[in-house]
Design a protein around this ligand. Structure first.
Ligand SMILES: *[C@@H]1O[C@H](CO)[C@@H](O)[C@H](O)[C@H]1NC(C)=O
Length: 392
């Protein structure tokens, strides 16, 4: 009888697997990829993708355990069916940074919808590229984003780890309905322009339960983004979570409805920041909500900076970006500078509708001096207990 029982269990499991798993599975190894860390598996990955993408039934591309060397690769849609991209192994970039750095993208999903990317580690090995950049060398390539979604919709990225990207770790451009969850992004604090996640011209983007330690913004929300929701983000080191940079070009779409909630910032340059160039622009940022945040030793926990102008590229100009309806609620912790709240707004387009509620940001110094607020061209209201005191 035990044998029969085992047998029926086996049948049951097979049935469950058949129902749950996609009808077609495409293992990159069966297409010629080798998990030895040395063999160029780019063509094999592409063959597996093409097979999956043309499947009439839901399909899975699977990358088993092992280390796969892959050059710049474009996974292009539209695909016939839903695709699960399952990564158990590590995908590494070639040692020569020019290989992926000459393209703006390392792994690009282009015009793909109904895609789920699960697990995996991407190691772009960016350090030599950063050295080239830091050295002011004119011959450095543009640099690649490690994983990017261009003109995609209905995508879930879950459980991915991204290490040492040359530039942005995860790029999202002209997309809708993208969910990023349980990702881990790690690059050294001094690595240049290694934003964790950069969003532009996209709507319906959710980022949850993720850890981001990097050399630039943990998340940056660029022009043309709306309905962006971030929750349970552990950010730092890095430059914090930024809306911007905005207003670099004159004809620019605005940003609206961005939420950052239940998150922790540790030793970052900024906590939540809105940043615009001091240049004429028709852009805007409105309906931004920052709530339930903990700041630990953050240089500028709350900051709006509309005078961003590196290399004196905008002398005597003011930002055309209109910033309004920005709510800060229940933000507590420590600031590593005395100016815990800075609202440096545009003289031609003052910030309006800034709401502060239940703020407590103290100075981490041994002199026990209090923190202060700094305002320029900013108007708003306060409620609850607000420390440091607001300017209004
Ligand atoms: C704001 O964005 C959230 C998603 O982050 C969405 O659920 C909500 O409906 C949006 N609100 C408006 C007014 O569009």
């Amino acid at each position: 009888m035990p044998k029969l029982a085992t047998f029926s269990w086996a049948i049951l499991l097979v049935l469950i697997a058949a129902v749950l798993s996609p009808a077609a599975a495409y293992n990159v190894v069966n297409f010629g990829a080798r998990g030895d860390g040395r063999t160029d598996s780019t063509a094999a990955f592409l063959r597996a993708w093409k097979a999956a993408c043309s499947s009439a039934t839901p399909a899975a591309v699977s990358v088993p355990r092992g280390t796969y060397l892959v050059r710049s690769i474009w996974f292009t849609g539209p695909c016939r069916s839903r695709i699960l991209f399952e990564i158990s192994g590590t995908i590494v970039a070639p040692n020569n940074y020019n290989d992926i750095g000459k393209s703006e993208f390392w792994i690009l999903f282009y015009k793909v919808s109904r895609l789920t990317v699960v697990g995996g580690t991407l190691d772009a090995k960016g350090s030599k590229f950063w050295s080239c950049r830091r050295g002011g060398n004119n011959h450095c390539p543009v640099g690649a984003r490690s994983i990017a979604f261009q003109t995609c919709s209905n995508v879930v990225v879950s459980g991915l780890t991204s290490l040492n990207s040359q530039t942005i770790h995860i790029g999202i451009n002209e997309c809708s309905n993208i969910k990023i969850q349980n990702v881990k992004i790690i690059a050294p604090s001094g690595s240049p322009n290694t934003d964790g996640i950069h969003i532009a011209s996209s709507r319906g983007i959710t980022i949850t339960s993720s850890t981001i330690r990097t050399g630039d913004d943990c998340v940056s929300v660029g022009p043309g983004s709306m309905n962006v929701y971030m929750e349970k983000i552990g950010c730092g080191p890095g430059h914090g979570i930024s809306v911007g940079s905005l207003g670099n070009s004159f004809n620019e779409e605005g940003v609206q409805n961005v939420t950052v909630i239940n998150s922790v910032f540790t030793k970052t340059d900024n906590g939540v920041r809105v940043k615009s160039w001091a240049r004429p622009s028709g852009g805007y940022a409105k309906n931004l909500n920052f709530k339930n945040l903990i700041m630990r030793n953050v240089a500028n926990p709350i900051i709006i900076d509309q005078k961003y102008c590196p290399d004196y590229r905008c002398p005597h100009q003011s930002s055309g970006v209109r910033v309004s309806q920005v709510t800060y609620k229940n933000i507590k912790g420590t600031s590593s500078t005395q100016a815990a709240m800075t609202f440096r707004c545009s003289s031609s387009n003052p910030c309006s509708g800034i709401k502060l509620q239940d703020i407590k940001l103290t100075y981490v110094n041994t002199l026990r001096r209090p923190t202060v607020s700094y305002c320029e061209n900013a108007r708003g209201s306060s409620s609850g207990s607000v420390f440091p005191r607001s300017c209004w």
